[in-house]
Write a new protein. Sequence first.
Length: 288
Amino acid sequence: MTISAAYSAVDDTNLEQAAAWDGEEGDEWTVHAYRYDAACRGYDPHLIAGAQIAAADRVLDVGCGTGISTRDAADIAVAGSATGIDLSARMLAEARRRSTATGLTNTRFVVGDAQVYPFDHTAFDVVISRFGAMFFGDPVAAFTNLARVLRTGGRLALLSWQEFANNDWVIALRDTLAAGRSLPEPTTGTPGPFGLADPNDVHRVLTAAGFDDIELTEVRQPMYLGADGDDAFSFVSGLGLTRGLLGGLDDHTRHAALEALRNRLNTDATSDGVLLGAAGWLITARRP
């Protein structure tokens, strides 16, 4: 397992995630950043509203990727700042490029593991994350560290996915690419897309980390996968989820599974593009 020399520290529980996000997964997200941003763009106003960012706030964006939510925060915190942290050096290079291209001067980006990164105590007023905080190997330790860097009364606002059964976009990919196999359902509460899917577990983790006023609000916005079936297929066929589901299939079965996926996406095409059902949580809390 190779980890980028750019890291100041990565907790042992996050080494697998670091290898993926600072490797093939992060590279693929960088190349298709605009597609990933568009897929979830309907969720972004909910995150910003939940964060209640003020003009002078110092904002930390956890798992910021190529920086779309960091830039959204910086646009509001005009007299403050927005700092993005992520495991992927390549994604952060793209985040810096885009931030510069939009003329923002109040952003910065840090390669690191937010579970252990030694930001100064009470360095931030707000911590946000756009589907980036579900991957921690030790969530209690991670959110304890995030509580430490928040000032007293500081706010936490996260977007996370609800459980697998509520997300048709994942179900559609899994069922279409199963190719006759009986596949296990993704589990909640483990590092991955459904790591913060269980409300009871979210309350447990955030309470143990020192947060209060914890609330989960349901957000339902469709996933936008492309302008039409072929456009969606060009994007979806390269997803890490798709690559994982195709793993181990022989060439013939793999080709048939991909054709089934193309047909499914064509079936789901609408005048507004290929839209599949999705359900997330807006999680908000406060450091007392």
